[in-house]
Design a protein around this ligand. Structure first.
Ligand code: NAD
Ligand code: MG
Length: 384
């Protein structure tokens, strides 16, 4: 029996994870479930999956969650410190599926405790990749990629000295072919309607700006220990080829599969074994063709900004991520336009001084400074 602690149980990745856990009751059991604010759904899931502990990040929801679980023997806690405690609790795997840098403290706590982490929460690695990978190396905790492209690379990656390039594919999002003049007017509803994947709101907007692929390049840099110039992006609208590794002899190994997150989640849950999933099988004859094209960095400046942050290193990725979280939230709330997202991120990167974060406290200070700066740039654009 693998004991799973699931951080971000009520989200898109959390829901797919619980679907797989529920189908494999002889293999997996739930230790901890956590959520941000939705205590009603968290209570339902905790009961359905017989969790030992349910943690709500929003402290104001503690009383309601306690009442909802009063008739059970499920322990209840609330707040960011309780999330960290929950992630440290003995378990065989922590599945990190919180969105944003908010997921960093509990994810790092799991690695510090030597618990294997299946990572969906790419923002944690973007903010503090050096700290996370050093911690995992020190405690021996495995860090398994759940993000579909990284899971694909993980499945086909050979010895580091034999690798020439790693390519992450990107669908290009909903605005790949939209006339450029219309990009400024796209709405949050259009931006979250992803052509191939069904995901949470923040990552859907990131996919529409291609910032998601930029964050993923930084994620790949930390996971696979290659140089930034060995990482590439390839637009592939069908989202069936997820990642490719080119070797020094010219061979290219790729992983393919349907655009269903249950495939990479199942791989990470069962690793080093495999489990069956109920996903619709890949039918290449029905798909008929696989298209590829270069990424357009004029249309998608966020990708170029993220690539520059990766090349610069140090704290740049942490600032990039914090500014992007603030800008995406402002866009989703209708305060700034779609094209303002990349502008706010670029302005914040220019304004926040370079400094290399060493500890979690350094990262949190840098993240906070970048958020304050991004808020003021977003407010300025909202008035413009
Ligand atoms: P989501 O918005 O659907 O779910 C996010 C989860 O995090 C929810 O359970 C929410 O309650 C919780 N949460 C939000 N803010 C929190 C906070 N401040 N403190 C504690 N918990 C909080 O997001 P998602 O689409 O499931 O994505 C989760 C992560 O996985 C993201 O980092 C995303 O980039 C990554 N990811 C998602 C997909 C996908 O298909 N959805 C694919 C690859 C990677
Ligand atoms: Mg991805």
């Amino acid at each position: 029996m693998k004991r799973i602690s699931l951080l971000g149980a009520t989200g898109s990745v959390g829901t797919s994870t619980l679907d797989l856990v529920g189908r494999n009751p002889d293999r997996f059991c739930i230790e901890v479930l956590t959520a941000g604010k939705d205590w009603v759904r968290l209570a339902e899931l905790a009961i359905a999956h017989r969790a030992k502990l349910a943690v709500i990040a929003d402290e104001g929801s503690l009383a309601a969650l306690q009442e909802a679980l009063a008739h059970t023997d499920i322990a209840v806690a609330a707040g960011p410190a309780a999330l960290v405690e929950a992630a440290r609790r003995p378990a065989d795997l922590v599945l990190a599926a919180i969105v944003g840098a908010a997921g960093l403290p509990p994810t790092l706590a799991a690695l510090e405790a030597g618990i294997a982490v299946a990572l969906a929460n790419k923002e944690a690695l973007v903010c503090a990749g050096g700290l996370m990978t050093a911690t995992a190396a020190r405690t021996g905790a495995a860090l398994l990629p759940v993000d579909s492209e990284h899971n694909a690379i993980f499945q086909v990656l050979g010895a580091p000295e034999t690798v020439a390039h790693i390519t992450l594919t990107a669908s290009g999002g909903p605005f790949r072919t939209l006339p450029l003049a219309e990009m400024a007017r796209v709405t949050p509803a259009q931006a979250v309607k992803h052509p191939t994947w069904s995901m949470g709101a923040k990552i859907s907007v990131d996919s529409a700006t291609l910032m998601n692929k930029g964050l993923e390049l930084i994620e790949a840099y930390h996971l696979f220990r290659v140089r930034p110039d060995q990482l590439r992006v390839l637009i592939h609208p069908q989202s069936l080829v997820h990642g490719l590794v080119e070797y020094i002899d010219g061979s290219v190994l790729a992983q393919l599969g349907p655009a269903d997150m249950r495939v990479p989640i199942a791989h990470a849950l069962a690793w080093p074994e495999r489990i069956a999933t109920p996903v619709t099988r890949l039918d290449l004859a029905a798909a008929g063709r696989l298209d590829f094209e270069a990424a357009d960095r004029e249309r998608f400046p966020a990708l170029a900004i993220a690539e520059a942050a990766l090349a610069a290193g140090g704290c740049r990725p942490c600032v990039l991520n914090a500014a992007n979280e603030v800008a995406v939230a402002a866009f989703l709330e209708g305060r700034i336009g779609f094209l303002d997202i990349a502008i706010v991120v670029a302005e914040t990167l220019d304004a926040v001084p370079a400094h290399c974060p060493q500890s979690l406290a350094d990262v949190e200070a840098m993240d906070g400074a970048a958020r304050r700066m991004a808020h003021s740039f977003a407010a300025h654009r909202a008035q413009a």
